[in-house]
Ligand binder design. Sequence first.
Ligand code: ADP
Ligand code: GLC
Length: 486
Amino acid sequence: MSKILYISSEAFPLVKTGGLGDVAGSLPVALLKNSQDVRLVIPAYKAVLDKIGRSKVRAEITYYNLTVKIIESRLPGSHVIIWLVDCPVLFDHPGGPYTDAQGDPWPDNAHRFALFCRAAVDMALNKLGLGWQPDIVHCNDWQTGLVPALLSLEPERPVTVFTIHNLAYQGLFDAQTFHDLQLPTELWHLDGLEFYGQLSFIKGGLAFADKITTVSPTYALEILQPAFGYGLDGLLTHRRTHLSGILNGIDEKHWNPGTDKHLRQPYNRRSLQKKGPNKLALQEELSLPIDTSIPMIGMVSRLVEQKGLELILPSLDTLMGLPLQLVILGTGVKAYEQQLRQVAARHEQQLKLIIGYDEALAHRIEAASDIYLMPSIFEPCGLNQLYSLCYGTLPIVTSVGGLADTVVDASDENIQQGSANGFILTDKTSKALINTVQRALRLYQQPDIWRQLQITAMSGNYSWQASAEHYIALYTEALSEQKVDH
Ligand code: ADP
Ligand code: GLC
């Protein structure tokens, strides 16, 4: 059994903006089930404090002349102990965890997450009187990147693991910020936190963690290339013997069509006929023509370039010439929202656009749709295609990252072999997207084959168990390497 300090800037159900929240809300639970001793650390955003149950203040300390409290509670619905880093001046902002209502980053983000990292480092070194010394510190994405960097300066320290969920977000700030944050000067060099004259939080993880992971085997290879590496492919290639890809799982307590409390009609692969009423219910809810025979395509997404908006937007008018309904739920780049609004206004009977963030509606869309649209430009893992597979909603995807690792194209050969569970674009173009939608619609007209694809999709194993075992094996390996080093 290892003691694992798991550090994240979000964790479902307390705070979530995307897949990182899902992972941090479920991997620690899976590790605990596998007899590991886990503590989860997240910032005490106002929304988090409003949601936690019983809690107590375990420590009080000062960083950057600000008083910080460490509040202990439980991750709701689990036995995982959470430690919340409470500093209202920094975390009690009235918008999202990283951005304001306009989508602009909070101007004090460097300060916020540097303070968060400093608290996590002191937990890692058991300096806060919490009576618990971790063996492993597991960090996630740039917001936690300073932790491996600061710990690297300690002679006695736990093993560090850094997971990349998305290399496109790096936590870059100007050089002055490095000084303002009073970071140790020995960390400022090209093999350290400096990135072309700027301070890079994510480099703290990539350069200093004992092990680097990312969330799918294919993305672990892709990021070694300039096209996916966002300028960090050189460093990652240098560290490639320490880099591996472990596919995310899904939280079957929340994402299971047989027990999903958000659905009008739960169903499973043996009662697929019960999926239809979910489509009728959503058509009614969204004032779409009510007809279960019309194929419905769903999409629930951050509306950002990563998710293929540059492919989708130019295809929409053509797609609207096909007999289908399209439901899109998302928020993100204002220009994308605006363009989608314009197309939706032209095709009211076919395209429903809901700009916003709505967890319950996300579940209803997954259950109601026949097809799920996810033509990402890059996708470290992707959880929505996994939810779709689980809900018998066949994903249309590009062949990148975790999408390539989880979706098997409905080619004649794969259908015959019984391995097909979705549709893969031949390339990242609008033309390929339109062709693939047409190909999917043709198969939709062959109910026996379609049902076979759905059953294959729903029979896959997407649980956290296998991934949790991989992480535990990685922790064990890192611990044994640490012993050799000493
Ligand atoms: P990413 O983390 O890149 O956004 P993932 O597919 O890994 O992509 O995970 C996205 C998660 O966020 C899923 O759980 C998805 O349902 C959720 N999500 C994204 N946008 C919305 C939204 N507008 N409303 C509700 N849930 C959303
Ligand atoms: C990131 C990625 C997504 C991944 C998620 C959880 O947000 O964009 O592909 O599934 O993290 O690891």
